[in-house]
Ligand binder design. Structure first.
Ligand code: GLU
Length: 553
Protein backbone atom coordinates (compact mmCIF):
# COMPACT_ATOMS: atom_id res chain seq x y z
CA UNK A 1 0.00 0.00 0.00
CA UNK A 2 1.32 3.42 -0.95
CA UNK A 3 0.63 7.06 -0.23
CA UNK A 4 -1.04 7.17 -3.61
CA UNK A 5 -3.60 4.55 -2.56
CA UNK A 6 -4.43 6.61 0.48
CA UNK A 7 -4.69 9.78 -1.57
CA UNK A 8 -6.99 8.06 -4.08
CA UNK A 9 -9.17 6.77 -1.31
CA UNK A 10 -9.61 10.24 0.15
CA UNK A 11 -10.02 12.03 -3.17
CA UNK A 12 -11.44 9.46 -5.62
CA UNK A 13 -12.91 12.07 -7.93
CA UNK A 14 -9.98 14.42 -8.14
CA UNK A 15 -8.38 13.77 -11.49
CA UNK A 16 -6.81 17.10 -12.31
CA UNK A 17 -3.19 17.41 -11.26
CA UNK A 18 -1.14 20.36 -10.14
CA UNK A 19 0.36 20.53 -13.63
CA UNK A 20 -3.14 20.85 -15.09
CA UNK A 21 -3.78 23.83 -12.86
CA UNK A 22 -0.41 25.35 -13.64
CA UNK A 23 -1.40 25.25 -17.29
CA UNK A 24 -4.83 26.70 -16.61
CA UNK A 25 -3.31 29.58 -14.68
CA UNK A 26 -0.06 30.25 -16.47
CA UNK A 27 2.64 32.66 -15.45
CA UNK A 28 1.37 36.13 -16.18
CA UNK A 29 2.66 37.91 -19.18
CA UNK A 30 3.88 41.01 -17.37
CA UNK A 31 7.11 42.95 -17.07
CA UNK A 32 9.63 41.58 -14.58
CA UNK A 33 9.03 44.42 -12.10
CA UNK A 34 5.21 44.21 -12.18
CA UNK A 35 3.62 43.78 -8.77
CA UNK A 36 0.76 41.30 -8.69
CA UNK A 37 -0.94 41.60 -5.36
CA UNK A 38 -4.24 41.15 -3.65
CA UNK A 39 -6.57 42.24 -0.94
CA UNK A 40 -7.79 39.07 0.74
CA UNK A 41 -10.41 39.83 3.39
CA UNK A 42 -12.85 37.48 5.03
CA UNK A 43 -16.37 38.42 3.99
CA UNK A 44 -17.13 40.32 7.19
CA UNK A 45 -19.15 42.99 5.42
CA UNK A 46 -16.94 46.02 5.91
CA UNK A 47 -13.47 47.38 5.51
CA UNK A 48 -11.83 49.24 8.37
CA UNK A 49 -9.13 51.87 8.21
CA UNK A 50 -6.26 49.38 8.62
CA UNK A 51 -7.41 47.14 5.79
CA UNK A 52 -8.30 50.11 3.64
CA UNK A 53 -4.72 51.29 4.04
CA UNK A 54 -3.42 47.86 3.06
CA UNK A 55 -5.66 47.70 0.00
CA UNK A 56 -4.72 51.25 -0.93
CA UNK A 57 -1.03 50.31 -0.82
CA UNK A 58 -1.74 47.17 -2.83
CA UNK A 59 -3.64 49.14 -5.46
CA UNK A 60 -0.90 51.76 -5.68
CA UNK A 61 1.99 49.26 -5.84
CA UNK A 62 0.28 47.37 -8.67
CA UNK A 63 -0.64 50.52 -10.59
CA UNK A 64 2.84 52.05 -10.34
CA UNK A 65 4.38 48.93 -11.87
CA UNK A 66 1.68 48.08 -14.43
CA UNK A 67 0.87 45.02 -12.37
CA UNK A 68 -2.40 43.57 -11.13
CA UNK A 69 -4.44 44.19 -8.03
CA UNK A 70 -7.16 41.70 -7.29
CA UNK A 71 -9.75 41.01 -4.62
CA UNK A 72 -9.93 37.51 -3.19
CA UNK A 73 -12.57 36.59 -0.68
CA UNK A 74 -11.24 34.29 2.01
CA UNK A 75 -14.24 32.43 3.32
CA UNK A 76 -12.83 29.04 4.22
CA UNK A 77 -13.87 29.76 7.77
CA UNK A 78 -17.56 29.44 7.12
CA UNK A 79 -18.43 30.47 10.65
CA UNK A 80 -17.15 34.01 10.07
CA UNK A 81 -19.39 34.55 7.08
CA UNK A 82 -22.00 37.30 7.31
CA UNK A 83 -24.88 38.07 5.06
CA UNK A 84 -23.96 40.37 2.14
CA UNK A 85 -20.40 40.26 3.41
CA UNK A 86 -18.90 40.56 -0.05
CA UNK A 87 -21.08 43.47 -1.17
CA UNK A 88 -20.12 45.41 1.96
CA UNK A 89 -16.47 45.08 1.06
CA UNK A 90 -16.80 45.90 -2.62
CA UNK A 91 -18.93 48.94 -1.77
CA UNK A 92 -16.39 50.26 0.72
CA UNK A 93 -13.59 49.81 -1.78
CA UNK A 94 -15.60 51.55 -4.48
CA UNK A 95 -16.51 54.43 -2.18
CA UNK A 96 -12.86 55.11 -1.55
CA UNK A 97 -11.81 54.86 -5.16
CA UNK A 98 -9.95 51.58 -4.83
CA UNK A 99 -10.65 49.78 -8.08
CA UNK A 100 -9.72 46.19 -8.73
CA UNK A 101 -8.27 44.72 -11.89
CA UNK A 102 -9.53 41.24 -11.10
CA UNK A 103 -11.54 39.51 -8.46
CA UNK A 104 -14.92 39.17 -6.85
CA UNK A 105 -17.48 41.83 -7.70
CA UNK A 106 -20.29 40.20 -5.76
CA UNK A 107 -21.32 36.77 -4.52
CA UNK A 108 -21.91 35.65 -8.10
CA UNK A 109 -19.88 37.92 -10.37
CA UNK A 110 -16.19 38.31 -10.89
CA UNK A 111 -13.65 39.52 -13.42
CA UNK A 112 -10.29 38.05 -14.35
CA UNK A 113 -8.81 34.84 -15.70
CA UNK A 114 -7.31 33.54 -12.46
CA UNK A 115 -10.52 32.82 -10.57
CA UNK A 116 -12.66 31.72 -8.94
CA UNK A 117 -11.73 34.50 -6.54
CA UNK A 118 -13.95 33.30 -3.72
CA UNK A 119 -12.23 30.53 -1.79
CA UNK A 120 -15.30 28.44 -1.10
CA UNK A 121 -15.66 28.02 -4.87
CA UNK A 122 -12.14 26.62 -5.19
CA UNK A 123 -12.54 23.40 -3.25
CA UNK A 124 -11.67 21.19 -6.20
CA UNK A 125 -8.43 23.04 -6.74
CA UNK A 126 -7.43 22.77 -3.08
CA UNK A 127 -8.29 19.08 -3.15
CA UNK A 128 -5.87 18.51 -6.01
CA UNK A 129 -3.08 20.18 -4.05
CA UNK A 130 -3.86 18.32 -0.84
CA UNK A 131 -3.96 15.09 -2.83
CA UNK A 132 -0.53 15.96 -4.22
CA UNK A 133 0.81 16.55 -0.71
CA UNK A 134 -0.61 13.18 0.40
CA UNK A 135 0.79 11.32 -2.58
CA UNK A 136 4.22 12.71 -1.90
CA UNK A 137 4.22 11.89 1.77
CA UNK A 138 4.05 15.55 2.75
CA UNK A 139 0.71 15.23 4.53
CA UNK A 140 -1.23 12.62 6.44
CA UNK A 141 -4.67 12.03 7.88
CA UNK A 142 -5.09 12.67 11.59
CA UNK A 143 -7.78 10.92 13.62
CA UNK A 144 -7.15 12.55 17.00
CA UNK A 145 -10.28 13.36 18.93
CA UNK A 146 -10.68 16.54 20.93
CA UNK A 147 -9.92 14.56 24.07
CA UNK A 148 -6.70 13.20 22.63
CA UNK A 149 -5.61 16.68 21.62
CA UNK A 150 -6.38 17.91 25.14
CA UNK A 151 -4.28 15.10 26.54
CA UNK A 152 -1.35 16.11 24.37
CA UNK A 153 -1.69 19.70 25.50
CA UNK A 154 -1.86 18.69 29.16
CA UNK A 155 1.27 16.59 28.81
CA UNK A 156 3.07 19.51 27.18
CA UNK A 157 1.98 21.91 29.89
CA UNK A 158 3.14 19.52 32.56
CA UNK A 159 6.54 19.14 30.96
CA UNK A 160 6.71 22.83 30.17
CA UNK A 161 7.12 21.89 26.55
CA UNK A 162 6.04 23.92 23.55
CA UNK A 163 2.34 23.53 22.81
CA UNK A 164 1.34 22.05 19.47
CA UNK A 165 1.14 19.01 17.26
CA UNK A 166 4.76 18.27 16.38
CA UNK A 167 7.60 15.76 16.66
CA UNK A 168 6.99 13.08 19.21
CA UNK A 169 3.55 14.51 20.06
CA UNK A 170 2.38 14.11 16.48
CA UNK A 171 0.64 10.83 17.14
CA UNK A 172 -1.02 10.19 13.81
CA UNK A 173 2.17 10.88 11.88
CA UNK A 174 3.30 7.44 12.93
CA UNK A 175 0.20 5.52 11.86
CA UNK A 176 1.14 3.07 9.08
CA UNK A 177 -0.48 3.88 5.73
CA UNK A 178 -2.42 0.65 5.75
CA UNK A 179 -3.98 1.38 9.15
CA UNK A 180 -4.89 4.89 8.13
CA UNK A 181 -6.40 3.49 4.95
CA UNK A 182 -8.56 1.05 6.85
CA UNK A 183 -9.70 3.63 9.38
CA UNK A 184 -10.89 5.89 6.58
CA UNK A 185 -12.54 2.97 4.82
CA UNK A 186 -14.37 2.20 8.04
CA UNK A 187 -15.74 5.73 8.10
CA UNK A 188 -13.60 7.22 10.86
CA UNK A 189 -13.55 11.03 10.93
CA UNK A 190 -10.29 12.68 10.05
CA UNK A 191 -8.56 15.88 9.13
CA UNK A 192 -5.36 16.27 7.11
CA UNK A 193 -2.14 17.59 8.55
CA UNK A 194 1.08 18.75 7.01
CA UNK A 195 4.04 16.46 7.66
CA UNK A 196 6.37 19.29 8.54
CA UNK A 197 10.01 18.71 7.60
CA UNK A 198 11.06 21.64 9.83
CA UNK A 199 13.47 21.55 12.75
CA UNK A 200 12.62 23.96 15.53
CA UNK A 201 16.27 24.24 16.49
CA UNK A 202 17.24 25.55 13.10
CA UNK A 203 16.70 29.13 11.98
CA UNK A 204 15.32 30.56 8.79
CA UNK A 205 15.62 34.18 7.76
CA UNK A 206 12.79 35.74 5.82
CA UNK A 207 13.10 39.09 4.11
CA UNK A 208 10.18 41.37 4.74
CA UNK A 209 9.91 44.43 2.51
CA UNK A 210 8.86 46.61 5.43
CA UNK A 211 10.51 45.09 8.45
CA UNK A 212 13.73 43.86 6.90
CA UNK A 213 15.23 40.44 7.55
CA UNK A 214 13.45 38.50 10.25
CA UNK A 215 14.87 35.35 11.76
CA UNK A 216 12.56 32.56 12.96
CA UNK A 217 12.90 28.98 14.16
CA UNK A 218 11.78 26.67 11.38
CA UNK A 219 8.20 25.53 11.58
CA UNK A 220 7.92 22.00 12.89
CA UNK A 221 4.19 22.02 13.63
CA UNK A 222 2.10 19.58 11.67
CA UNK A 223 -0.51 22.21 10.98
CA UNK A 224 -3.97 21.26 9.81
CA UNK A 225 -4.28 21.79 6.08
CA UNK A 226 -7.75 20.34 5.57
CA UNK A 227 -10.51 20.65 8.15
CA UNK A 228 -13.36 18.28 8.92
CA UNK A 229 -15.64 20.19 6.58
CA UNK A 230 -13.29 19.37 3.71
CA UNK A 231 -12.15 22.95 3.23
CA UNK A 232 -8.50 23.91 3.58
CA UNK A 233 -7.23 26.07 6.39
CA UNK A 234 -6.20 29.63 5.68
CA UNK A 235 -2.49 28.74 5.49
CA UNK A 236 -2.96 26.10 2.85
CA UNK A 237 -5.41 28.17 0.82
CA UNK A 238 -2.88 31.00 0.87
CA UNK A 239 -0.29 28.70 -0.68
CA UNK A 240 -2.57 27.45 -3.43
CA UNK A 241 -4.19 30.77 -4.25
CA UNK A 242 -1.17 32.98 -4.18
CA UNK A 243 0.70 30.45 -6.27
CA UNK A 244 -1.99 29.88 -8.89
CA UNK A 245 -3.04 33.52 -9.03
CA UNK A 246 0.63 34.25 -9.67
CA UNK A 247 0.91 36.70 -6.81
CA UNK A 248 4.29 38.37 -6.60
CA UNK A 249 3.73 40.37 -3.42
CA UNK A 250 1.75 39.55 -0.31
CA UNK A 251 0.99 42.83 1.45
CA UNK A 252 -0.97 42.42 4.67
CA UNK A 253 -1.30 43.34 8.32
CA UNK A 254 1.58 42.36 10.58
CA UNK A 255 -0.57 40.04 12.65
CA UNK A 256 0.50 37.54 9.97
CA UNK A 257 4.25 37.89 10.53
CA UNK A 258 4.34 34.92 12.86
CA UNK A 259 2.89 32.72 10.09
CA UNK A 260 5.82 33.44 7.81
CA UNK A 261 7.88 30.34 8.68
CA UNK A 262 4.87 28.15 7.90
CA UNK A 263 4.01 29.99 4.70
CA UNK A 264 7.54 29.95 3.35
CA UNK A 265 7.82 26.27 4.26
CA UNK A 266 4.64 25.45 2.35
CA UNK A 267 5.97 27.12 -0.80
CA UNK A 268 9.27 25.28 -0.40
CA UNK A 269 7.52 21.96 -0.02
CA UNK A 270 5.54 22.59 -3.18
CA UNK A 271 8.84 23.42 -4.83
CA UNK A 272 7.88 26.92 -5.97
CA UNK A 273 9.22 30.35 -5.15
CA UNK A 274 7.34 32.12 -2.36
CA UNK A 275 6.01 35.61 -3.08
CA UNK A 276 7.67 38.66 -1.53
CA UNK A 277 6.13 39.66 1.77
CA UNK A 278 5.39 43.13 3.13
CA UNK A 279 3.83 43.28 6.57
CA UNK A 280 2.25 46.56 7.53
CA UNK A 281 2.16 47.71 11.14
CA UNK A 282 -1.25 48.67 12.48
CA UNK A 283 -2.37 52.29 12.43
CA UNK A 284 -1.81 53.83 15.84
CA UNK A 285 -3.79 56.40 17.72
CA UNK A 286 -2.50 58.64 20.47
CA UNK A 287 -4.81 59.19 23.37
CA UNK A 288 -3.78 61.12 26.49
CA UNK A 289 -0.15 60.75 25.52
CA UNK A 290 -0.40 56.98 25.14
CA UNK A 291 -0.18 55.23 21.79
CA UNK A 292 -2.47 52.33 21.01
CA UNK A 293 -3.83 50.56 17.96
CA UNK A 294 -6.72 52.23 16.16
CA UNK A 295 -9.55 50.05 17.29
CA UNK A 296 -12.57 48.83 15.38
CA UNK A 297 -14.49 48.74 18.63
CA UNK A 298 -13.44 51.98 20.31
CA UNK A 299 -12.85 54.40 17.45
CA UNK A 300 -15.70 55.39 15.16
CA UNK A 301 -13.15 56.73 12.68
CA UNK A 302 -11.80 53.21 12.17
CA UNK A 303 -14.93 52.33 10.16
CA UNK A 304 -15.10 53.55 6.60
CA UNK A 305 -18.78 54.41 6.99
CA UNK A 306 -17.61 57.30 9.20
CA UNK A 307 -15.94 59.05 6.26
CA UNK A 308 -18.82 58.38 3.97
CA UNK A 309 -21.35 59.79 6.40
CA UNK A 310 -19.26 62.87 7.11
CA UNK A 311 -18.77 63.42 3.43
CA UNK A 312 -15.01 63.53 3.43
CA UNK A 313 -14.17 63.31 -0.26
CA UNK A 314 -12.56 60.15 -1.55
CA UNK A 315 -9.59 62.07 -2.91
CA UNK A 316 -8.83 63.55 0.51
CA UNK A 317 -9.02 60.14 2.19
CA UNK A 318 -6.68 58.81 -0.47
CA UNK A 319 -4.20 61.65 0.04
CA UNK A 320 -4.32 60.98 3.73
CA UNK A 321 -3.83 57.23 3.23
CA UNK A 322 -0.81 58.03 1.10
CA UNK A 323 0.70 60.02 3.99
CA UNK A 324 0.20 56.96 6.18
CA UNK A 325 1.56 54.65 3.50
CA UNK A 326 4.81 56.43 2.66
CA UNK A 327 6.57 58.66 5.16
CA UNK A 328 8.05 60.86 2.41
CA UNK A 329 4.73 61.63 0.73
CA UNK A 330 3.81 64.77 2.65
CA UNK A 331 7.01 66.49 1.79
CA UNK A 332 6.61 65.48 -1.80
CA UNK A 333 3.06 66.78 -1.85
CA UNK A 334 4.18 70.17 -0.48
CA UNK A 335 6.79 70.44 -3.18
CA UNK A 336 4.45 69.24 -5.95
CA UNK A 337 1.16 70.98 -5.33
CA UNK A 338 -0.06 70.62 -8.89
CA UNK A 339 0.59 66.88 -9.06
CA UNK A 340 -1.59 63.95 -8.04
CA UNK A 341 -1.04 60.70 -6.15
CA UNK A 342 -0.52 58.98 -9.49
CA UNK A 343 2.63 61.03 -10.03
CA UNK A 344 4.11 59.95 -6.71
CA UNK A 345 6.22 56.84 -6.74
CA UNK A 346 5.35 54.48 -3.93
CA UNK A 347 8.16 52.52 -2.28
CA UNK A 348 8.02 49.66 0.19
CA UNK A 349 10.99 50.91 2.16
CA UNK A 350 9.19 54.17 2.95
CA UNK A 351 6.40 52.39 4.80
CA UNK A 352 6.60 53.24 8.48
CA UNK A 353 8.02 50.32 10.44
CA UNK A 354 6.32 51.38 13.63
CA UNK A 355 2.88 52.13 12.17
CA UNK A 356 1.48 55.47 11.07
CA UNK A 357 -0.15 57.66 13.67
CA UNK A 358 -3.76 58.39 12.92
CA UNK A 359 -4.50 62.10 12.98
CA UNK A 360 -8.01 63.16 12.12
CA UNK A 361 -7.03 66.86 12.23
CA UNK A 362 -4.53 66.23 9.52
CA UNK A 363 -7.12 64.45 7.43
CA UNK A 364 -9.45 67.43 7.83
CA UNK A 365 -6.69 69.81 6.78
CA UNK A 366 -5.86 67.74 3.75
CA UNK A 367 -9.52 67.66 2.90
CA UNK A 368 -9.87 71.44 3.34
CA UNK A 369 -6.94 72.04 1.04
CA UNK A 370 -8.25 69.63 -1.50
CA UNK A 371 -11.77 71.05 -1.47
CA UNK A 372 -10.45 74.60 -1.77
CA UNK A 373 -8.56 73.77 -4.95
CA UNK A 374 -11.20 72.04 -7.03
CA UNK A 375 -13.61 73.82 -9.35
CA UNK A 376 -16.92 75.03 -7.91
CA UNK A 377 -18.83 72.83 -10.35
CA UNK A 378 -16.88 69.78 -9.21
CA UNK A 379 -17.52 70.65 -5.59
CA UNK A 380 -21.18 71.16 -6.43
CA UNK A 381 -21.53 67.73 -8.05
CA UNK A 382 -19.99 66.00 -5.05
CA UNK A 383 -22.16 68.00 -2.67
CA UNK A 384 -25.25 67.00 -4.63
CA UNK A 385 -24.26 63.34 -4.42
CA UNK A 386 -23.61 63.57 -0.74
CA UNK A 387 -26.81 65.47 0.08
CA UNK A 388 -28.90 63.13 -1.99
CA UNK A 389 -27.92 60.38 0.40
CA UNK A 390 -27.75 62.24 3.70
CA UNK A 391 -29.76 65.50 3.61
CA UNK A 392 -32.85 65.60 1.47
CA UNK A 393 -33.81 69.14 2.39
CA UNK A 394 -30.45 70.53 1.38
CA UNK A 395 -30.42 68.37 -1.72
CA UNK A 396 -33.73 69.90 -2.83
CA UNK A 397 -32.43 73.41 -2.26
CA UNK A 398 -29.11 73.10 -3.97
CA UNK A 399 -30.60 71.40 -6.98
CA UNK A 400 -33.43 73.96 -7.20
CA UNK A 401 -30.93 76.82 -6.95
CA UNK A 402 -28.13 75.24 -8.89
CA UNK A 403 -26.47 78.34 -10.37
CA UNK A 404 -26.88 80.24 -7.15
CA UNK A 405 -25.20 77.40 -5.23
CA UNK A 406 -22.34 77.11 -7.67
CA UNK A 407 -21.94 80.89 -7.42
CA UNK A 408 -21.80 80.62 -3.68
CA UNK A 409 -19.24 77.82 -3.79
CA UNK A 410 -17.23 79.84 -6.25
CA UNK A 411 -16.68 82.78 -3.89
CA UNK A 412 -12.94 83.27 -3.39
CA UNK A 413 -12.14 80.08 -5.25
CA UNK A 414 -9.86 79.69 -8.27
CA UNK A 415 -7.38 82.21 -6.97
CA UNK A 416 -3.87 81.93 -5.57
CA UNK A 417 -4.98 81.53 -1.99
CA UNK A 418 -8.48 80.13 -2.14
CA UNK A 419 -10.77 80.20 0.87
CA UNK A 420 -10.68 77.06 2.97
CA UNK A 421 -14.13 76.87 4.43
CA UNK A 422 -15.11 73.27 4.15
CA UNK A 423 -13.39 70.12 5.26
CA UNK A 424 -16.32 67.83 4.43
CA UNK A 425 -19.73 67.94 2.82
CA UNK A 426 -21.65 67.49 6.05
CA UNK A 427 -20.33 70.89 7.17
CA UNK A 428 -21.53 72.87 4.20
CA UNK A 429 -25.14 73.42 5.17
CA UNK A 430 -24.16 74.55 8.67
CA UNK A 431 -21.86 77.13 7.13
CA UNK A 432 -24.10 78.52 4.40
CA UNK A 433 -27.68 78.15 5.60
CA UNK A 434 -28.15 81.93 5.68
CA UNK A 435 -27.75 82.05 1.90
CA UNK A 436 -31.07 80.26 1.35
CA UNK A 437 -34.32 82.00 2.33
CA UNK A 438 -35.97 78.67 3.06
CA UNK A 439 -33.35 77.93 5.70
CA UNK A 440 -32.89 81.50 6.87
CA UNK A 441 -36.59 81.98 7.56
CA UNK A 442 -36.82 79.11 9.98
CA UNK A 443 -33.34 79.34 11.53
CA UNK A 444 -32.89 80.85 14.96
CA UNK A 445 -31.40 84.30 14.40
CA UNK A 446 -28.55 85.24 16.60
CA UNK A 447 -27.14 88.41 15.07
CA UNK A 448 -23.43 88.64 15.80
CA UNK A 449 -23.04 92.42 15.81
CA UNK A 450 -19.69 93.49 17.19
CA UNK A 451 -18.69 97.17 17.54
CA UNK A 452 -21.91 98.81 16.49
CA UNK A 453 -24.71 97.40 18.59
CA UNK A 454 -27.24 100.20 18.83
CA UNK A 455 -30.42 98.92 17.16
CA UNK A 456 -31.63 102.25 15.83
CA UNK A 457 -28.22 103.03 14.40
CA UNK A 458 -28.05 99.62 12.72
CA UNK A 459 -31.48 99.92 11.16
CA UNK A 460 -30.85 103.46 10.05
CA UNK A 461 -27.53 102.46 8.50
CA UNK A 462 -29.12 99.63 6.58
CA UNK A 463 -32.06 101.64 5.29
CA UNK A 464 -29.87 104.52 4.22
CA UNK A 465 -27.57 102.13 2.51
CA UNK A 466 -30.21 100.39 0.47
CA UNK A 467 -32.09 103.57 -0.41
CA UNK A 468 -29.18 105.83 -1.19
CA UNK A 469 -26.04 103.84 -1.93
CA UNK A 470 -26.89 100.35 -3.15
CA UNK A 471 -26.64 99.67 -6.84
CA UNK A 472 -26.83 96.11 -8.11
CA UNK A 473 -24.58 96.97 -11.05
CA UNK A 474 -21.62 98.22 -9.03
CA UNK A 475 -18.25 96.58 -9.40
CA UNK A 476 -16.55 95.64 -6.15
CA UNK A 477 -14.50 98.84 -5.98
CA UNK A 478 -17.47 101.19 -6.47
CA UNK A 479 -19.46 99.13 -4.06
CA UNK A 480 -16.84 99.64 -1.39
CA UNK A 481 -16.51 103.36 -2.17
CA UNK A 482 -20.20 103.65 -1.45
CA UNK A 483 -19.84 101.91 1.88
CA UNK A 484 -17.18 104.45 2.64
CA UNK A 485 -19.58 107.23 1.67
CA UNK A 486 -22.19 105.74 3.94
CA UNK A 487 -19.65 105.52 6.76
CA UNK A 488 -18.73 109.14 6.35
CA UNK A 489 -22.35 110.22 6.36
CA UNK A 490 -22.85 108.50 9.70
CA UNK A 491 -19.65 109.80 11.31
CA UNK A 492 -17.38 106.78 10.77
CA UNK A 493 -13.90 107.07 9.25
CA UNK A 494 -13.59 106.13 5.55
CA UNK A 495 -10.29 104.39 6.32
CA UNK A 496 -9.22 102.32 9.31
CA UNK A 497 -5.91 104.22 9.33
CA UNK A 498 -7.67 107.58 9.64
CA UNK A 499 -9.64 106.29 12.55
CA UNK A 500 -6.58 104.92 14.29
CA UNK A 501 -4.71 108.20 14.13
CA UNK A 502 -7.71 110.23 15.35
CA UNK A 503 -10.08 107.91 17.20
CA UNK A 504 -11.84 110.76 18.97
CA UNK A 505 -13.01 112.26 15.72
CA UNK A 506 -15.10 109.24 14.72
CA UNK A 507 -17.72 106.83 16.00
CA UNK A 508 -15.74 104.04 14.39
CA UNK A 509 -14.59 103.16 10.89
CA UNK A 510 -15.65 101.66 7.59
CA UNK A 511 -14.90 98.15 8.84
CA UNK A 512 -17.51 98.54 11.57
CA UNK A 513 -20.06 99.64 9.02
CA UNK A 514 -19.40 96.81 6.62
CA UNK A 515 -19.66 94.40 9.53
CA UNK A 516 -23.11 95.77 10.24
CA UNK A 517 -24.13 95.07 6.67
CA UNK A 518 -22.63 91.59 6.79
CA UNK A 519 -24.34 90.68 10.05
CA UNK A 520 -27.61 92.30 9.09
CA UNK A 521 -27.82 90.19 5.94
CA UNK A 522 -26.43 86.91 7.20
CA UNK A 523 -26.43 87.13 11.04
CA UNK A 524 -22.74 86.10 10.87
CA UNK A 525 -19.76 88.34 11.57
CA UNK A 526 -17.53 86.13 9.45
CA UNK A 527 -18.58 85.10 5.96
CA UNK A 528 -17.03 84.75 2.55
CA UNK A 529 -16.65 87.98 0.55
CA UNK A 530 -19.62 90.24 1.31
CA UNK A 531 -19.67 91.82 -2.12
CA UNK A 532 -20.09 88.41 -3.74
CA UNK A 533 -22.78 87.41 -1.29
CA UNK A 534 -24.72 90.59 -2.02
CA UNK A 535 -24.34 90.08 -5.74
CA UNK A 536 -25.85 86.64 -5.37
CA UNK A 537 -28.65 87.96 -3.17
CA UNK A 538 -29.81 90.84 -5.36
CA UNK A 539 -31.79 93.84 -4.14
CA UNK A 540 -35.04 92.11 -3.33
CA UNK A 541 -33.49 89.61 -0.98
CA UNK A 542 -31.43 92.31 0.69
CA UNK A 543 -34.56 94.34 1.39
CA UNK A 544 -36.25 91.25 2.74
CA UNK A 545 -33.33 90.58 5.04
CA UNK A 546 -33.48 94.16 6.35
CA UNK A 547 -37.18 93.69 7.13
CA UNK A 548 -36.39 90.47 8.98
CA UNK A 549 -33.64 92.25 10.87
CA UNK A 550 -36.07 94.91 12.05
CA UNK A 551 -38.38 92.21 13.34
CA UNK A 552 -35.69 90.17 15.03
CA UNK A 553 -33.44 92.58 16.90
N1 GLU B 1 -7.86 36.45 5.05
C1 GLU B 1 -6.77 37.03 5.75
C2 GLU B 1 -7.33 38.15 6.62
O1 GLU B 1 -8.49 38.19 6.79
C3 GLU B 1 -5.76 37.56 4.76
C4 GLU B 1 -4.35 37.45 5.16
C5 GLU B 1 -3.48 37.62 3.94
O2 GLU B 1 -3.58 38.68 3.30
O3 GLU B 1 -2.70 36.73 3.62
O4 GLU B 1 -6.64 38.99 7.15
Amino acid sequence: MTNKDLADLIFPNITKTIEDYEKMYPKRNLPESAVVTRFAPSPTGFVHMGSLLASFIERKAAKDTNGVFYLRIEDTDQERKVENGIEGITTDLKNFGITIDEGALSETEEIGAYGPYIQSKRKEIYDAFIKYFLENGMAYPCFCSKEELDEIRNAQEKRKDRIGYYGRYAKCRKIPIEDAYNKIKNGEEFIIRLKSPGDFNKKIVVKDLVKGNISFPENDLDIVIMKKDGLPTYHFAHLVDDYLMRTTHVIRGDEWVSSLPTHVQLFNMLGVKPPKYAHISPIMKEENGVKRKLSKRKDPEAAMSYYHEKGIPTEAVQLYLMTLANTNFEQWMDANKDKTIDDFEFSFNKISKSGGLFDIEKLHNISKNYLSRIKATEFYDMLVNYSKEYDEEFYELITKYKDFTIGLLNIEREQKKPRKDYSCFSEVKELVWYMYDELFDKHEKNYEFTNITDKDEIIKLMNTYIEKYYDQKDEQQDWFEKIKDLSEEFGYAREVKEYKSNPDNYKGHVGDVSTVIRVALTTKSMTPNLYDIMKLFGKERIIKRIEQLEKNI
